[in-house]
Design a protein around this ligand. Structure first.
Ligand code: UDP
Length: 329
């Protein structure tokens, strides 16, 4: 059997990165994690997997690790990713997400690593012109976070043209869920995402969920989002990596193609947990578009990606299991 590639996963101790690490291991890839542990967790990296505790801007540490472990490809998750924080602290976002990625890419060039899968975001579209959003929609991010993601996509294009970098930029919609195998899930401090907040409220670990805006032009007045399971995202990264030889430069949306309102999500959490989710109406959150739903036709057609854990209740069930496991830790 031909040995599979060794993949450097930046941000591999974070939410989406750690689920992808597990999936890569299951599929027989070599894995090396680089994470500065500023937001990721050591416990999220499986025993036996090399963990380089370093900033992605530390080119020397990265080059050394890539040479030592014979890295063939990079999956780049390491980033700060909160829209609100990006508006109040743009310096942090441009330094980490943009400048950090320049150094990482330069480490790749130095070690002759030419395969790169990048965590982008639906935030590159801003307020969409049409829904569902496809990859040809206008790219006009409304947040600093979205701008950092778009700037890196443009850099990747330039590195592809000049240096033969092969890359896929994966634009996630709303990542959600936890590994159904257990022991791994989302753990942000502070948590800002709707599903974990609602499950924690059902468990009585926090107060009422604030529903950010009930006057949007949607059926129940609350925002609609496209929730996609983190394990389906992980699979997409591996498919994208395996397709780089035939699709050396691509951007793909990752979503389920169907949207759920905030109230529908709260309903799902009540169904799955059998508990009441206390909620209060709150003001709109600045920068929230009314409806954000992906067309993921391109990756479905080109790479045969198909979300497996697409059902909202199934997604919520995995979060419910994970949050109870966390309680027991
Ligand atoms: N939301 C909410 N209350 C919360 C957190 C989120 O009403 O405590 C809403 C938010 O306005 C958005 C949706 O839930 O419409 C999903 O938000 P989340 O932060 O999970 O993801 P985002 O869409 O910002 O990536």
């Amino acid at each position: 059997m031909v040995a599979k590639a060794t993949v450097l996963v930046t941000g591999g101790a974070g939410y989406i990165g750690s689920h992808t690490v597990r999936q890569l291991i299951r599929q027989g890839y070599g894995v090396v994690v680089c994470d500065d542990l500023s937001r990721g967790h050591r416990w999220a990296v499986p025993d036996g997997i090399p963990l380089i505790v370093a900033d992605i801007a530390d080119t020397t540490a990265l080059v050394q690790a890539m040479q030592l472990h014979g890295v063939d490809a990079v999956m780049h998750f390491a980033a700060v990713s909160q829209v609100g924080e990006s508006m109040s602290d743009p310096r942090l976002y441009y330094s980490n997400n943009v400048a950090g990625t320049v150094h990482l890419l330069n480490a790749c060039m130095e070690t002759n690593v030419r395969r790169f899968v990048y965590s982008s975001s639906a935030a590159v579209y801003g307020e969409p012109d049409k829904v569902p959003v496809d990859e040809d929609s206008t790219l006009k991010p409304t947040s600093v976070y979205g701008r950092t993601k778009l700037m890196v996509e443009k850099m990747l294009h330039d590195y592809a043209t000049a240096y033969g970098l092969q890359y896929a930029a994966l634009r996630y919609f709303n990542a959600a869920g936890a590994d159904p195998a257990g022991g791994l899930g989302e753990d942000h401090q502070p948590e800002t995402h709707l599903i974990p907040i609602a499950v924690q409220a059902a468990l009585g670990r926090r107060g009422a969920v604030q529903v950010f805006g009930t006057d949007y032009p949607t059926a129940d007045g609350t925002c609609i989002r496209d929730y996609v399971h983190v394990c389906d995202l992980a699979d997409a990264h591996i498919l994208a990596l395996e397709s780089l030889a035939s699709c050396p430069e691509a951007a793909y949306n990752l979503g389920n193609g169907s949207g759920f309102s905030v109230r529908e999500v709260l309903g799902s959490v009540e169904r799955v947990t059998g508990r009441k989710v206390p909620s209060v109406v709150a003001a709109r959150r600045p920068g929230d578009p009314a409806v954000l739903v992906a067309s993921s036709d391109r990756i479905r057609r080109t790479l045969g990606w198909k979300p497996v854990l697409a059902d909202l209740d199934v997604m919520v069930e995995t979060v419910w299991q994970w949050e109870q496991h966390k309680l027991a830790l």
